[in-house]
Design a protein around this ligand. Structure first.
Ligand code: HMG
Ligand code: MG
Length: 298
């Protein structure tokens, strides 16, 4: 049997949240429609955050309603930073949400104006509500390798936060390299210890490609047994509250790595290339992944 890799496309959220050009709801719906044809396992539709904090994500409820109405079969999820975000997501029909806990206090305060203890308590409440409401919930552990404010992060802190979030009922723990500071050896070492306590099918990786390590880190995670990855179309991405966070590892690069290594992602490369072309046209800034030229000519 061909081993499967599951790609969660985060371009509509991580990809757009730090763009200087704000895409309209209609443009985001158009991009969703194209992404939905690519065969990715799931799409992160946006985030239910304060429009004052992240104006790029205003109207996520409308994008979600459009996606639900056009029921394409692709799974949908959305980021919720707090209880209010969870309630707004639920009211819009969201059936899968993502909570985010950073590994350091400073990053939590910059991102969501809470201490680590406060966001852990808030996340526990959201996870327990989601379980009771029949909503799937994933928990991100951000700045899992290095924090732009506090420096190198102790892997024990990442593992401890991850285990508590998993115990509370998060279906998947997403290890996030927010500023793209990881390297494949650090990824392998962290996952070796993390996977002693949490099974690989409950772990995903979210790599930013700031220092061109995104694919190498993906390879290290694949070798460690992880089969769920966040990627972003055209390599767009970045967190407005984490200085130095640049694009996520590109969907087209990870999809090609998986295909060449004998994994199935379900991705249709011609539909994916059409999505890359569209995101370049809409944003004017997406460069496209390293594989873009090769894929466009084969
Ligand atoms: P705050 O100022 O502490 O919040 O911000 P507050 O509770 O005092 O409320 C202030 C205002 O925001 C109020 O409105 C609230 O109603 C409203 P006002 O009375 O001023 O009109 N509000 C909201 N509105 C909409 N949705 C909500 C919400 N909550 C409060 N959910 C807050 C706290 C969390 C709201 C703010 O800091 C925020 O929205 N931050 C956004 C953080 C964010 O989007 N970060 C990027 C995503 S995380 C990421 O990129 C990392 C990731 O990719 C993984 C990785 O790479 O590491 C996932
Ligand atoms: Mg990110």
């Amino acid at each position: 049997m061909i081993p499967q890799v599951h790609i969660n496309e985060v371009g509509l959220r991580d990809g757009l949240q730090a763009q200087s050009k704000h895409l309209s709801v209609d443009e985001r719906c158009r991009l969703f429609d194209q992404l939905a044809t690519t065969g990715v396992s799931s799409v992160e539709i946006g985030s239910f955050v304060s429009p004052k904090a992240v104006p790029q994500m205003a109207g996520t409820d409308q994008v979600l309603r459009h996606a639900l109405a056009n029921n394409t079969g692709v799974a949908l999820n959305a980021l919720v930073p707090n209880r209010k975000g969870y309630e707004l997501a639920l009211a819009s029909g969201c059936k899968e949400v993502n909570v985010v806990v950073s590994s350091t206090d400073t990053m939590n305060r910059k991102n969501i104006n809470m201490s680590t203890a406060e966001i852990m308590a808030a996340s526990q409440g959201i996870i327990e509500s989601a379980v009771a409401d029949g909503v799937k919930v994933n928990a991100y552990v951000a700045v899992a390798f290095e924090c732009p404010f506090e420096g190198v992060v102790d892997p024990e802190q990442v593992i401890s936060l991850s285990k508590r979030l998993a115990d509370w009922g998060a279906q998947r723990i997403v290890i996030a390299d927010t500023i793209g500071a990881a390297n494949p050896f650090a990824v392998e070492a962290l996952l070796r210890d993390l996977l002693l306590g949490i099974s690989a099918d409950r772990v995903a990786c979210h790599f930013h490609d700031t220092r061109a390590m995104g694919l190498a880190n993906t390879y290290a995670a694949l070798q460690s047994g992880v089969r769920h990855f966040d990627t972003s179309i055209g390599g767009l991405g970045g967190c407005p509250f984490a200085p130095g966070a640049s694009g996520n590892v590109a969907t087209e690069d990870v999809a090609l790595l998986c295909q060449q290594a004998g994994f199935s992602t379900g991705i249709d490369f011609s539909a994916l290339m059409a999505a890359v072309d569209l995101v370049k046209e809409l944003t004017g800034t997406a460069k496209g992944g390293r594989a873009h030229y090769w894929l466009s000519n084969h």
